[in-house]
Write a protein that binds this ligand. Structure first.
Ligand code: COA
Length: 335
């Protein structure tokens, strides 16, 4: 599945909760070590929401920054990519829209877990291509730490909380920031490899206490993630007519530095083309790509005119990729 669109990236923003949890803090309460976490994942610290802080709260911070970056006060639609909405019902996007002063904008959630931001960008580009909206705020936000068993050393070191956001506006094909084509896929046969068993319609109450927490088969997820992100990236390169050698920057979902290095190797991309911020964020799920984009602009690794490839993989399984020539977008500091 591939689509052409004339949606153009016009703004970008990110936000992280203030509480920093470094590896040393985790080693005090889990059977793990700073050395293991750093070498196996690339993560040194992550941000964690305090009690009472939610996905909507983080989304409002990131979304406000993206609107200021785009110089816009009003958008026609707000698309929120999240797997950790404030409540199971209703969707969280209308609350984000209201709090950002976008009260009558269309607003809905997209749940493709860690691929959510790429899926939400495609959704927003579709709204623009269909003439439903001219300007769309796309937010990727997750409070994944709220799904973790505090005693599980297999997941606690990996995930962090945060929000990132982008504004897409109607534009012309070929101008800087024009995004697409998109390549999106899923395979629900592997749902059990990365799952929170309880809390949905199948198992309302946990049958055992651990059913309310995220369960992950790390090695299997690792293998699928590398293969699928590389496949999807190749499909987008074909669609764009770019060779691998023409890619300036690869911004992959920040799940594990070894996953990103393996994808780069499979594609034949040099390691220094990777935009990486996982060291300070951990895996922030739907927020990870926009947060990496913000950091890339801030540290000068993303420059106007760069050919940029984005690729993600997440629970479901879901995966996808897209690309754009980097536009000149002003970006405020995340923290
Ligand atoms: N600290 C110390 N040791 C740990 C540990 C931890 N936090 N977690 C696991 N270990 C141990 C294991 O028990 C195992 O010990 P053993 O060899 O004595 O049996 C050893 O480390 C290796 O475990 P393994 O699971 O093979 O590690 P790994 O290299 O696969 O790394 C992950 C584990 C989770 C970091 C890795 O599989 C991964 O990143 N997977 C993808 C996860 C992901 O991206 N999820 C989100 C997708 S969007």
């Amino acid at each position: 599945m591939a689509t052409r669109s004339t949606a153009v990236l016009a703004g970008l923003g990110g936000w992280l909760p203030p509480r920093v949890v470094d590896n040393a803090e985790l080693t005090a309460r889990l059977d793990t070590s700073d050395e293991w976490i750093r070498t196996r994942t690339g993560i040194r610290e992550r941000r964690v929401v305090d009690a009472g802080m939610s996905t909507v709260d983080m989304s409002v911070e990131a979304g406000g920054r993206a609107l200021r970056s785009a110089g816009l006060e009003r958008v026609d639609a707000v698309v929120l990519a999240t797997a950790t909405p404030d409540q199971p019902c209703p969707a969280s996007a209308p609350q984000v829209a209201s709090r950002l002063g976008q009260r009558d904008a269309a607003a809905f959630d997209v749940n493709a877990v860690c691929s959510g931001f790429v899926y939400a960008l495609a959704t927003a580009a579709g709204l623009i291509a269909a003439g439903v909206a001219r300007d769309v705020l796309v937010v990727g936000a997750d409070a994944f730490t709220t799904l973790l068993d505090p005693g599980d050393r297999g997941t606690v070191p990996i995930f962090g909380d945060g929000a990132g956001a982008a504004v897409l506006r109607e534009g012309r094909d070929g101008e800087a920031g024009a995004i697409g084509p998109f390549d999106l896929h899923s395979d629900g046969e592997h749902a059990e490899l990365l799952v929170v068993p309880a809390g949905g319609s199948r198992q309302k109450e946990p049958e055992q206490p651990s059913d309310r927490y995220l369960r992950m088969e790390g090695q299997a997820v690792f293998r699928h993630a590398t293969t699928r992100m590389a496949e999807s990236s190749r499909a987008v390169l074909d669609g764009l007519g770019w060779t691998v050698g023409e890619v300036d920057r690869f911004v992959g979902h920040q799940a594990n530095i070894r996953i990103l290095n393996t994808v780069a190797k499979q594609l034949g991309l040099p390691a220094d083309s990777l935009v990486v911020n996982i060291e300070r964020t951990g895996n922030t799920s739907a927020a990870s790509i926009p947060l990496a984009l913000v950091d890339g602009v801030r540290d000068g690794s993303l420059r106007p005119g760069d050919r940029v490839l984005l690729a993600a993989f997440g629970a479901g399984f879901t995966w996808g990729a897209t690309g754009l020539r980097w536009p000149d977008v002003p970006v405020e500091a995340v923290r």
